[in-house]
Ligand binder design. Structure first.
Ligand code: PLP
Length: 389
């Protein structure tokens, strides 16, 4: 029986104890006992499946992994303590010194630091290319290239990458394609179905959806995830049972939340686009977006992130942000509550002014991660600052 995503989100992955609890249990235990010495030996050798020690097995974590795997259509999911731990484990599990990564220039700031500064010290090098020009990816391939890494849509400009085109280029040369699916989640985009080999999540964002816990995950085929799992088992960047429990409860409302985030974001983006004080709006759900057509083929809708540009630069951006009363001024995203941020002085402040200009991140750019409040309240919240410009 093939179940719909809405059904999988509330049903998939459930494990019940002898008490037959209806709501999934939180298993706070670091280790598990065996019925006999022989059973212990069989568990350790892998002959008998089952839990051993919570650095690498815990039923609450397993429930989160199985539910997310069902939603992404993946054979296997390995959970991590954070999105960054998931990205680190992907590289540590699949690459070796001397190998090479081609990555989008428009990826999460800490991912750039990890690839460039930390993994670079261990002999894994990365070339950064345009998220929207597949030819640049093809041209950056070297004999030792092993991984393509992309985020779509990108932060904060919502550039959309052609996942199927990148997969085709990668597979011709036996390269793996990993997609950070944080902005869309499986409710809006399924990278594995588009040809990607790996999906990576910061579960901290929409999968939790309420800004409570950190978490991460890597998804893909059984065999690809062997190395990723071995890194987890050995190095221990493990998702806690409590966070896993929060996260699989969060997944139950993912579909409903993502529909609402996107509907509210679309309404706000359309309002901003015709606002006389706004120079430009970036939202994949608008026909004016440069990759609108592509976005509509690979995403269910435009998602929950909207960015807009003000002609008055940083001064104007800060005035609009400071005039809000409802939105939270924070760089986080994927929360029920709308967040507003000035990328140039926060998330992208580690880049030089020239790097920011090259990436298209102007001083007048404002990013909004649209929450579940009524869109009219959000418009009024922005209007207060906009009319004063
Ligand atoms: C937040 C984020 C990450 C990092 O996740 P953490 O859970 O904060 O470690 C990675 N990628 C994207 C796109 C993000 O937004």
């Amino acid at each position: 029986m093939t179940l719909h995503p809405e059904t999988l989100a509330v049903r998939a992955g459930t494990l019940r104890s002898e008490f037959q609890e209806h709501s999934e249990a939180l298993y706070l235990t670091s280790s598990f006992v065996f019925g006999s010495a022989a059973e212990a030996a069989a568990r350790f050798s892998g002959e008998q499946p089952g839990n051993i020690y919570a650095r690498f097995t815990n039923p609450s974590v397993t429930m989160f992994e199985q539910r997310l795997a069902a939603l992404e259509g993946a054979e296997r999911c390995v959970a991590f303590a954070s999105g960054m731990a998931a990205i680190l484990a992907t590289v540590m599990g699949l690459l070796r010194a001397g190998e090479h990564i081609v990555a989008s220039r428009a990826i999460f700031g800490s991912t750039v630091q990890l690839l460039q500064n930390i993994l670079g010290r261990f002999g894994v090098t990365t070339t950064f290319v345009s998220p929207t020009d597949p030819d640049q990816w093809r041209d950056a391939i070297r004999p030792e290239t092993r991984l393509f890494f992309v985020e779509s849509p990108s932060n904060p400009l919502t550039e959309v990458s052609d996942i199927a085109a990148l997969a085709a280029i990668a597979h011709r040369r036996d390269i793996l394609l990993a997609v950070d699916n944080c902005f869309c989640t499986p409710a809006l985009q399924k990278p594995l179905a588009l040809g990607a080999d790996l999906v990576i999540h910061s579960a901290t964002k929409y999968l939790d959806g309420q800004g409570r816990v950190l978490g991460g995950a890597v998804l893909g085929s059984q065999t690809l995830l062997d190395g990723v799992y071995t890194f987890l088992r050995t190095a221990g960047p493990t998702l806690s049972a409590f966070n896993a429990w929060v996260l699989f409860k969060g997944l139950e409302t993912l579909d409903l939340r993502m529909r609402a985030h996107a509907a509210h974001a679309r309404e706000l983006a359309a309002w901003l686009e015709i606002h006389p004080k706004v120079a430009r709006v970036y939202y994949p759900g608008l026909a004016s977006h440069p990759q609108h057509a592509l976005a509509m083929t690979q995403q269910r809708n435009g998602g929950g992130i909207v960015a807009f540009e003000l002609a008055g630069g940083k001064d104007a951006a800060w005035r609009v942000i400071d005039a809000t009363r409802v939105m939270s001024i924070t760089a986080n995203l994927g929360d029920t509550r709308t967040t507003i941020t000035h990328p140039a002085s926060t998330t992208h402040s580690r880049m030089s002014a020239e790097q920011r200009a090259a990436a298209g991140i102007g001083d007048g750019l404002v990013r909004i991660a649209v929450g579940l409040e009524h869109p009219d309240d959000l418009k009024e919240d922005l209007q207060r600052g906009l009319v004063a410009l």
